[in-house]
Design a protein. Sequence first.
Length: 498
Amino acid sequence: MVRRADEKVKPVFRTDHVRLQAKYDEAVAGLYGNCRLVHGYGKPVLIEGGAYPGIWLECGPLESTVFALYEPELAIQSHEVFFRLQHEDGYIPCTVLADRHLTGQIQMVVPIAATALETAVGTGDRAFLQRAYRSCVRWDSWLSRYRDTGGAGLCEAFCEWDTGHDNSPRFRGLPRDCPSGDARRCPEAKGLPYLAPDLSASVYGGRKALSRMAGLLGLPEEAARWEQLAQQTRAAILKHCYDPGTASFYDVDSSGRFVEILGDVLTRVLGEGVADQDMFEEIFQRHLLNPQEFWTPYPFPSISVSDPAFDRALPDNSWGGAAQALTALRAPRWMEAYGKFAHLAHLMKQWLTALTAAPGFRQQLNPWTGEFSTTEHYSPSMCLMLDFVSRLYGVRLAEDRLEWNCRCPEGAAWSRYGLPTPEGWAELTVDKAAASLRLNGRLLLTVHGECRITTDLEGRWLDAIGTHLSATAVQVIAPEGLRRELKLSPNTVYHQWA
């Protein structure tokens, strides 16, 4: 288990909302408890927890980037474990357990190249960036060699666990893993292999990350090559896997037919930025914001609630209907990128409400009632608590800027969130009257009304963003008396004092 470091260099969240405070502290302690040794690697990593005593490629690296707020070295280690165990041919094990690693599928969602890039930038560790780049180049080569058997320029799904979609109707009746535990071998089953839009989006996102990695490493020609390959992948996804008639992405089976199940594949493709803004808006308005499909009281169910394949029994560990913590944890990646700040805030409030009311930290919830089920001590749900508190009630470091989320928790009279930054200690204090933004004790702004304020690292105001689902009156006051009266519509951005 990792020893908790001096809290003076860690985020600090405090509120008079007793249950929220206790739940937040429980999540931090639980994540430290889930830092364990696994097979073939001598340093602790963040395991999935509960019934999952290991680290999974599809989610472990992403979760570690959230816990990097407290333990940045652990984020490096939760990537290095995969790089150290990478096979000679470039294959990265899908899962590393306490006593072995598994090789029967690829099990990828958020590309490890993207989370490795975020970790390298966040820690400033250039040596790690170099190691990650080399490993992710080899992984991309393996995927191209073994998972594009039809030559479409996409990544193929061979089995249910390739995408981590346990018990999903997407793969009903098909094998769960590959023969003899060899992810290079496609089972002999009708319809396989699938052209998989989400796996292909992961390749696309990985190549975008590799392009940026190469640029940071001073390799401009390689950066340009990766960008070109990424755009070829994106074009192939849109050509083969997008149906403009239904505004949806689908698997394509070996006979060339769409597997027409409307599921969270949509959010995974959006998570890598495959859709342009116009395509995104159509998908978002038609499906994801539709209460009869995905915009349930607790978004997002893993299958559209109107799809005949939706499993209303909501059994344990099922991507056949339940809303999954992993889907919620991935939501900021695409909702922020496409400018849906207010809708993301709503989603986060709903999940925090459900988490705060529930005992422990479990995997999935009923999309209508918010009732949790499936396994205890689940790291993604603990990460949700940390990440969503910081995005709703905290100040966040986002590379070259600070994001101040001016909002008091519902049921609280006050909250305080502090964070170490390259320019010193940033602290956001909020009560029912106003929010105070301070850097090293110096008052930057006073804000009345719910919104996000963005500043540069020195505290100069850049913009204000509407983060409520209705228009909100906001007043921003500088210490010298300069003020702005704003009416922020949902998702709108108001720039500076101009």
